[in-house]
Ligand binder design. Structure first.
Ligand SMILES: [Zn+2]
Length: 383
């Protein structure tokens, strides 16, 4: 931490240039537990305060890495340039919490937490709830070191990342890297595999970042269909050796009903659905079951009702053929399925004849070669 109180009760920040000699001669105390603190002036980390060994403070203090300390320092300096009157590590007595930075943006008090270490879900929830109770908007910023990029526009996002996304007003994931002095903003996450997400990525150098935009405006970055298609291509070219249970069940079903191996799955089961994150199963698994249901009805020239599609989806959820992420939300599920059907209509695969009743437009004949399929993937997702 960077803040302490001196013997005469003044708040002191270890930010900016300080005389090492003077620091060594001054006594500093923890603003929370009032214990005396050590000033750490090593070369690895930015100068900071630490509790003496064997002293456990009444507030949870995570060990802070050099990366974390430097990021927090830069964010504080940035918020000063934004005229956001930032307070560094203030102790909020009524909730017994100490956010990294408190700032005023657009008339709101933001509790900015820069998170570079894993955080147990209960601690995360408790802190978030505490800030809200105190009338503050919690804004979590993740250390870029906690992100794993797997290919162009694709990131591995776990439950740890999702807790930040779910509490964010814009459903985005804001990250900061003190090494490159820039923010990374991930938005419009669309899962391909369970923890493998397409994300729209914006890199914003801190010098150009405006706090109002970053905290209160939705990202306007566009969907990169070529990166999405790239993921389908990798899937088609992969030798599918080790399959999870849900993928294997779908594989067997497609083989039995359509004599189609995994690499030849139709383009229509790889639709990038914005609300698709409700599903934990890969995109082609949940869409695969719906595709088979829709085409079975279509071949019989039977009407395809939205309510029946949704019911069919729920049946497979019940059978655990389709897995959901987190708690079951009827509305979220319905929206995701609706977006999928709307896409199929937009591309002329389905046609709406009455409200929420569809017919299959073309006999979905299986493409002959892998090359044909790849060509279709390439053209299908251009907006
Ligand atoms: Zn303390």
């Amino acid at each position: 931490m960077f803040s302490a109180v001196t013997e005469d009760g003044q708040v002191f920040h270890l930010i900016g240039r300080q005389s090492r000699e003077k620091l060594k001669q001054t006594r500093f105390f923890c603003p929370v537990c009032a214990e005396e603190l050590d000033v750490k002036l090593g070369s690895q980390k930015a100068p900071h305060f630490a509790h003496k060994q064997n002293k456990s403070c009444t507030i949870d203090i995570e060990p802070e890495s050099a990366y974390h300390l430097e990021g927090k320092r830069q964010l504080y300096v940035w918020l000063k340039t934004q005229k956001a009157s930032p307070l560094l590590e203030p102790y909020v007595r009524e909730i017994k919490q100490r956010p990294d930075i408190l700032a005023k943006v657009k008339g709101n008090t933001l509790a900015v937490e820069y998170q570079c270490a894993t955080l147990p879900p209960d601690v995360f929830q408790k802190r978030t709830a505490g800030f809200k109770q105190a009338g503050m908007i919690p804004r979590w910023i993740l250390g870029v070191s906690r992100l794993k990029r797997t290919s162009s526009s694709f990131y591995q996002l776990s439950a740890f990342h999702w807790q930040f996304i779910n509490t964010s007003q814009n459903s985005d994931l804001l990250c900061y890297c003190p090494k490159t002095h820039s923010f990374l903003r991930l938005s419009h996450m669309i899962p391909f595999y369970t923890t493998h997400f397409y994300c729209s990525v914006q890199t914003i150098p801190v010098r150009q970042a405006a706090a109002e935009d970053l905290f209160f405006t939705e990202s306007d970055s566009s969907f990169k269909h070529t990166d999405w298609t790239g993921a389908i291509l990798r899937f088609r070219r992969k030798t599918h050796r080790f399959l999870s249970k849900d993928i294997n069940r779908l594989r067997l079903l497609f083989y039995e009903k359509r004599q189609t191996p995994l690499s030849f799955l139709p383009t229509e089961v790889f639709v990038p659905v914005q609300k698709g994150a409700v599903f934990k199963s890969p995109v082609f698994v949940w869409q695969g079951y719906l595709y088979l249901f829709i085409t079975d009805l279509g071949y019989k020239h039977a009407p395809i009702r939205f309510s029946a599609i949704l019911q069919h989806c729920k049946l497979h959820i019940h059978k655990k053929n389709i897995l959901l992420r987190g708690e079951y939300s009827d509305q979220g599920l319905s929206e995701a399925v609706k977006q999928y059907i709307e896409f199929l209509c937009k591309k002329g695969f389905l046609r709406e004849t009455q409200k929420e009743v569809y017919v299959l437009n073309q006999p979905a004949k299986r493409s002959q070669s892998l090359q044909d399929l790849i060509e279709k993937d390439r053209s299908c997702f251009i907006e």
